[in-house]
Design a protein around this ligand. Structure first.
Ligand code: DQA
Length: 150
């Protein structure tokens, strides 16, 4: 059984560490991805990380994941609140999906309170900083272990 997980990040997250650090912290996306790789190897997961500022970039990755992946961790960033197209793409993906937000979107502007992606996600993590990605990977590994034990 595949233990390949896609870790997808949406627009402006390439600027992590430089962008509003009082909200998103000082870690760069490269730091976040390195931490994900470390945790993934501990959990015996294989991961592929991808960031795009373009909606179709995220959708193409979801389509690629459809063929081969056992799970997706996704921070769709601003597309969370706008993208029916990303929701539709995730609805074509059967294995578990965990939505991650670095900040607590519910504590912020009202337009951030609604997520299209949450209509599909099996779990949502918000406000735990960049640690949310590692916790999402732990959850996916747990779900995969549980499915394999059946
Ligand atoms: C975010 C929250 C979104 O509202 C925002 O547009 C982002 C990042 C987060 O990780 O907290 O770009 O997804």
């Amino acid at each position: 059984m595949s233990r390949l997980v896609y870790v997808l990040n949406g627009p402006n997250l390439n600027l992590l560490g430089k962008r509003q650090p009082h909200i998103y912290g000082h870690e760069t996306l490269a730091d976040v991805e390195a931490n994900c790789r470390r945790v993934a190897s501990e959990l015996r997961l294989e991961i592929r990380c991808h960031q795009s500022n373009r909606e179709y970039g995220i959708i193409d990755c979801i389509h690629e994941a459809r063929e081969i992946a056992a799970g997706i961790v996704i921070n769709p960033a601003a597309f969370t609140h706008t993208s029916v197209a990303i929701l539709d793409a995730l609805n074509t993906f059967e294995p578990p999906v965990i939505e991650v937000h670095i900040s607590n979107v519910h504590k912020r502007e009202e337009f951030r309170h609604h997520s299209y992606v949450s209509l599909r996600a099996d779990g949502v993590i918000a406000g735990l900083g960049t640690q949310g990605y590692q916790l999402a990977l732990r959850r996916l590994a747990h779900l995969l272990d549980r499915a394999a034990a059946k």
